[in-house]
Design a binder for this molecule. Structure first.
Ligand SMILES: CC(C)(COP(=O)(O)OP(=O)(O)OC[C@H]1O[C@@H](n2cnc3c(N)ncnc32)[C@H](O)[C@@H]1OP(=O)(O)O)[C@@H](O)C(=O)NCCC(=O)NCCS
Length: 166
């Protein structure tokens, strides 16, 4: 997929990002979508309050516009970087772009001296393809839980914790 470049998010990407997030997470909690958008646009101001540090965000840019996204952040209690806000628009899937985005995040973390990369995901059916990709790219399952906030919201989903050595 040589015609797709992965590059840092720019403020002028806001409306394209909003459209992509809606396509990537059409049936998810609207909060999930708002959170992804906030992260990329004005996250620097709000996210430290949630314990999220050093957020960064990249877009995959192709001939038809923005096709995918991925972010990295750190947590106050944990020095390892975490992957988040990862997705590819439905029309661009199955061609290796998801794998390339994950490799980009891993390579960035490796270059910065980290030896592992973490993420959390869930048992939501719309994330089944993501589980296969994580398994194939070395993100082993390190835990599963049902966070209190999810239980209080009545969600039957489990949070899956994954980690990959770099
Ligand atoms: C998870 C997600 C990002 C994967 O993106 P993607 O671009 O389709 O990922 P890839 O193309 O690298 O890999 C996906 C599949 O395509 C196949 N594939 C990869 N390159 C290929 C190629 N050149 N030709 C044919 N198939 C290919 C892979 O083998 C894989 O197959 P599988 O799912 O049957 O195991 C995408 O499905 C998505 O956005 N899902 C919804 C959001 C989501 O779940 N995000 C993660 C939340 S934790």
């Amino acid at each position: 997929m040589p015609d797709i470049a992965i590059r840092p998010f720019r403020p002028s990407d806001r409306s394209a990002l909003r459209a992509l997030v809606t396509r990537v997470f059409p049936d998810r909690d609207p909060l999930e979508r708002v959170a992804t958008h906030l992260f990329a646009t004005r996250g620097e101001g709000l996210l430290p309050l949630l314990g999220i540090r050093a957020p960064r965000f990249w877009l995959a840019d192709g001939p038809d516009g923005v096709a995918g996204m991925i972010g990295l952040y750190r947590r106050a209690a944990d020095d390892a970087p975490w992957v988040a806000w990862f997705g590819v628009g439905p029309e661009g899937r199955g061609r290796g772009l998801g794998r390339r985005l994950l490799e980009h995040a891993a390579e960035t973390a490796r270059r910065e001296g980290h030896d592992r990369l973490r993420l959390y995901t869930s048992t939501h059916p719309s994330e089944a393809a993501a589980q296969r990709l994580y398994d194939r790219t070395g993100f082993r399952l390190t835990g599963r839980r049902r966070p209190l906030s999810w239980r209080l919201a009545g969600s039957p989903l489990e949070m899956l914790l994954r980690e990959r050595a770099l």
